[in-house]
Write a protein that binds this ligand. Structure first.
Ligand code: OSB
Ligand code: MG
Length: 379
């Protein structure tokens, strides 16, 4: 029996599934090609079994369908109306994975369900998906920070300066056609040596060649998701025009099939892997295997999760010893308050110490930020 068979064969039960939406204020407004954000709306899924043991998973999709097709209220509906009714009161983890795999789209949504169940199994010390991974966890995880589009050059330099001082190992700036390119120019000049990446969140179109040329002239370490998710053809074309511009894909890669297709088209140089975006731990493991075999550099991305989602992503990042920096900046940098006890902290050299222990939610904070709660009971 492989370790995966053992995990999927674990007997499970379901007493109730709690869907809780929390709205946590952001410290700063965050502007990207996707839009403006003032709060983090997160859907937390709590699986409680017949022994009253529980596990937590965070669905980190956006409140609107502007990153991918998922959105928080849609995720609630999918879990309540299409997933929960098919979950067994008693069965195996494999039965749950099968229900999750029936959903088309809704990867962040089913990932939260699987994360909640696997978290429970781990807390009960019945099975631990990542503990079975062939690479032992790293004790320290290198992290970078994702920063918004700035209104002025001064604001950009000041904010990037703070990030560099804090020790972040990579700075990723959001970009979009029509933005003030001076904000990028001054950052590049003020910090010539930093590991600088740009992320366009799919906003660049076929007619934005001038903008692409300008971006390329700043010689970023990488350009993330320049084009709409399905335009792998444009990535292929971009590689021909600007061979030295490295492309990282994010939105485009929501499954192993898409990764294989992008790789065969030579449309990506590296992968931003968000475990939720591909449907959770099982799919994540498959994509990581493919990246390893084909030597595709891969690092863990984020959706500005609360400490609950960050902890799940950190477990994946810990299994990638070659990654230079993950999008795992500590939530206290962007949330007014986190919803876990013992919030993540980063050391001055840009690493997060990792002890691989389950997190403790701050129940009072969860209650304070809660805007909706639904308890679904099984028989
Ligand atoms: O494109 O990587 C992105 C957040 C929400 C939606 C899309 C993206 C992001 C980030 C977050 O950049 C980075 C992080 O979580 O630290
Ligand atoms: Mg991105």
């Amino acid at each position: 029996m492989t370790p995966l068979d053992a995990i999927l064969g674990t007997e499970i039960s379901l007493k109730h599934l709690t869907l809780q939406v929390v709205a946590v204020p952001n410290k700063e407004h965050f502007r990207s090609a996707i839009g403006e954000r003032r709060e983090r709306r997160a859907l937390l899924v709590r699986w409680t079994d017949r022994d009253d043991a529980w596990g937590l998973g965070e669905c980190s999709c956006r409140p609107d369908p502007f990153y991918n097709g998922e959105f928080v209220d849609g995720a609630v509906s999918v879990l309540r109306d299409y997933v929960f009714p098919h979950l067994p009161a008693r069965g195996s983890a494999r039965d749950v994975a099968a229900v999750a795999m029936k959903m088309r789209g809704w990867n962040f949504t089913v990932a939260a369900l699987l994360d909640a169940l696997f978290d429970l199994m781990r807390r009960k010390e019945e099975a631990d998906f990542w503990a079975g991974w062939p690479v032992p966890p790293q004790p320290r995880i290198p992290v970078g920070i994702s920063l918004p589009i700035f209104e002025t050059a001064e604001a950009a330099v000041e904010r990037v300066g703070k990030a560099v001082e804090a020790g972040f190992r990579r700075v990723k700036l959001k970009v979009t056609p029509g933005m003030d390119l001076a904000t990028l120019d001054v950052v590049r000049r003020a910090f010539p040596a930093i590991y600088l990446g740009f992320d366009a969140n799919g906003a660049i179109g076929e007619r934005d060649l001038d903008f692409l040329q300008a971006l390329a002239s700043f010689e970023p370490a990488v350009l993330e998701q320049p084009f709409a998710p399905d335009r792998l053809d444009l990535c292929e074309f971009l590689k021909a025009f600007f061979p030295s511009l490295r492309i990282c894909l994010d939105e485009s890669i929501d499954s192993l099939g898409r990764l294989m297709m992008a790789h065969r088209l030579k449309a990506l140089d590296e992968l931003n892997l968000k475990p939720g975006r591909v449907g959770g731990p099982l799919a994540t493991a498959r994509l990581l295997d493919y990246c390893k075999i084909h030597e595709i550099p891969v690092w863990v991305g984020g959706m500005f999760e609360t400490g609950i989602g960050r902890a799940a992503n950190l477990r994946v990042a810990a299994r990638l010893p070659k990654a230079k920096a993950h999008d795992l900046s500590p939530p206290q940098g962007y949330l007014a308050q986190d919803v876990v006890q013992h919030p993540l902290t980063m050391e001055p050299d840009g690493y997060i110490p990792f002890d691989d222990q389950p997190i403790t939610p701050d129940e009072a904070a969860l209650e304070r930020f809660s805007v909706k709660q639904i308890v679904l009971r099984k028989g």
